[in-house]
Design a protein around this ligand. Structure first.
Ligand SMILES: Cc1cc2nc3c(=O)[nH]c(=O)nc-3n(C[C@H](O)[C@H](O)[C@H](O)COP(=O)(O)OP(=O)(O)OC[C@H]3O[C@@H](n4cnc5c(N)ncnc54)[C@H](O)[C@@H]3O)c2cc1C
Ligand code: FES
Ligand code: FES
Length: 479
């Protein structure tokens, strides 16, 4: 049984297909059709809803894509949809702002924009254009041209009106505390089950008993198997309610990130230590997906175009794996064996990711090349982590995504650079070595020739920027 608040109504679900997404649940199960389905793949934002979670003595509101969220992940939380905003016959101030600023034409995208604006208003202390563009980057509109919607954001953030969510906040907090999960929950229907453990020990035990289960973190990748490939996932174990897996701890030498920490929560620690990692996270999918997707899931799906793995490999990150009561540490570069093949054993899971902190003389840069700046997958993602002392390259860890079947180090390129001063001839030799390291494929994102040339040009760019930092642009998009 799982329990959650649908705005202020307590929902208790016993017999419900765990493969149903929140979008399917709202539209088909409850007949609440305000939340729209555009793409069913996380790209358009028409299905955006807001989920409220207890954060100490307040409720933290975050947007999610309902089309990528399985219902079990709502356990113990508050789901707010566009239908919940109007109160006592009066539009919410973000809805009124959209009306006043003419932010809606055909209206199909509007509920999604309204929910992104609602979360933006709740999370901001005034209007900030950068924050607004970030909040709206995961919402597409084919009609308005965005300017009126940005005007509506400005009005909504500059003139927020107290609303029913403020008025009922203490009641909501009390009710969320009352339904806070206390033991492993389960949502099932027929043979299909989704288990929701609360501790790592319970996860290890449940996974050992169900080694064929699929681990569900944010579901931003896994849900596509259901919505795009029409597969059924008979047994899932949701890791998103395990507090130990969501911790982020910074020590003198490492940043340890629980595998179920969502990408929005990873931002602060990683961007503080490695600004380019922060820039990359800004370019990672959309805010809705970063609020939901995890670092563990980004490694767990073993995608050759996942953005975090090349950066983590270049930084020399390790992962802690657990199977039953056994734990082991593995350098991330040894985790990826082949296309979607990893060193993970049956019933083994990623517990945390351990990232070394920055050292003296270390230069770390990352570049993402994609067709759009926002909400796009990399054609090539490059990470350079070099030790440079007195002008000499003393250490080199260089890794790429999009260049091979897995995220992978460029060993020949590294060897060509080590012990040198990075002269023009050395850089050209290192560029040639990239052709030994990688034989990329052509696909819809880029041709193999383009990929290799981009990788070589990024290496040249890295060294040019070392010589003239003024020309540096951090994470780069080429159209
Ligand atoms: C529209 C869209 C845009 C996207 N843009 C980007 C992008 O810009 N860059 C990018 O890199 N990715 C992108 N993605 C892919 C995806 O969002 C990320 O890979 C995300 O980090 C996955 O995390 P998750 O928590 O949602 O994983 P899930 O979907 O829950 O899981 C993914 C896989 O990892 C496994 N897994 C989860 N947790 C663990 C664990 N603890 N141990 C072992 N295995 C585990 C799952 O079983 C599953 O096989 C995008 C996806 C969408 C839909
Ligand atoms: S329906 Fe397009 S993002 Fe969910
Ligand atoms: S108003 Fe038509 S898609 Fe946005």
């Amino acid at each position: 049984m799982i329990q959650f608040l649908l705005n202020r109504e307590l929902r208790t679900e016993h017999d419900l297909d765990p493969n149903i997404t929140v979008l399917g649940y709202l539209r088909e199960h409850l007949g609440k059709t305000g939340t729209k389905e555009g793409c069913a793949s996380g790209d358009c934002g028409a299905c955006t809803v807001v989920v409220g979670e207890l954060d100490g003595e307040r409720v933290r509101y975050r947007t999610l894509n309902a089309c990528l969220t399985f219902v079990a992940s709502l356990h113990g939380k508050q789901l707010i949809t566009v239908e919940d905003l109007k109160h006592q016959g009066k539009l919410h101030s973000v809805q009124q702002a959209m009306v006043d600023c003419h932010g809606s034409q055909c209206g199909f995208c509007t509920p999604g924009f309204i929910m992104s604006l609602f979360a933006l208003q709740k999370n901001s202390a005034g209007y900030d254009k950068g924050q607004t563009l970030e909040a709206l980057a995961g919402n597409l509109c084919r009609c308005t041209g965005y300017r009126p919607i940005i005007d509506a954001a400005e009005q909504a953030c500059c003139q927020p009106q107290p609303d029913q969510f403020d008025a009922f906040e203490s009641e909501t907090i009390a009710r969320l505390k009352a339904i806070a999960p206390r033991e492993t929950a389960e949502l099932n229907s027929g043979d299909k089950r989704c288990l929701v453990p609360l501790t790592v020990a319970d996860l290890a035990e449940l996974y050992a008993a169900n080694p064929d289960a699929r681990l569900l973190a944010g579901g931003t990748d896994l849900a596509l198997e259901v919505t795009q490939f029409h597969r059924e996932l008979p047994v899932m174990i949701h890791v998103g309610h395990i507090e130990e897996l969501k911790r982020i701890e910074v020590s003198d030498s490492t940043i340890e990130i629980g595998a179920a920490a969502v990408l929005s929560d990873c931002y602060e620690a990683l961007s503080h230590e490695y600004p380019d990692f922060g820039e990359l996270l800004h370019r990672f999918a959309s805010l809705q997906i970063r609020n939901q997707g995890t670092l563990g899931g980004n490694i767990g799906n073993a995608s050759p175009i996942g953005d975090a793995p090349p950066l983590l490999i270049a930084l020399g990150a390790q992962i802690a794996l657990r199977q039953g009561n056994s734990q082991r540490l593995l350098p991330l570069e040894d985790y990826f064996l082949d296309y979607k093949v990893t060193a993970r054993q049956p019933a083994e899971f990623i517990e945390k990711i351990i990232v070394p902190r920055a050292a003296a003389h270390q230069v770390f840069r990352a570049y993402k090349v994609s067709k759009r700046v926002d909400d796009d997958i990399s054609a090539v993602c490059a990470a350079f982590n070099l030790g440079i002392e007195d002008g000499v390259v003393t250490q080199a860890r260089i890794a790429f995504g999009g260049m091979a079947a897995t995220a992978k180090r460029a060993s020949a390129c590294e060897a060509a650079l080590l012990g040198t001063s990075g002269s023009a001839q050395v850089i050209e030799r290192a560029c040639a070595a990239l052709a030994e390291d990688f034989s990329p494929l052509s696909d819809l994102r880029a041709s193999k020739e383009y990929r290799l040339l981009i990788a070589q040009n990024l290496l040249r760019k890295f060294f040019l920027e070392q010589q003239s930092p003024a020309i540096a642009t951090r994470v780069t998009a080429y159209a």
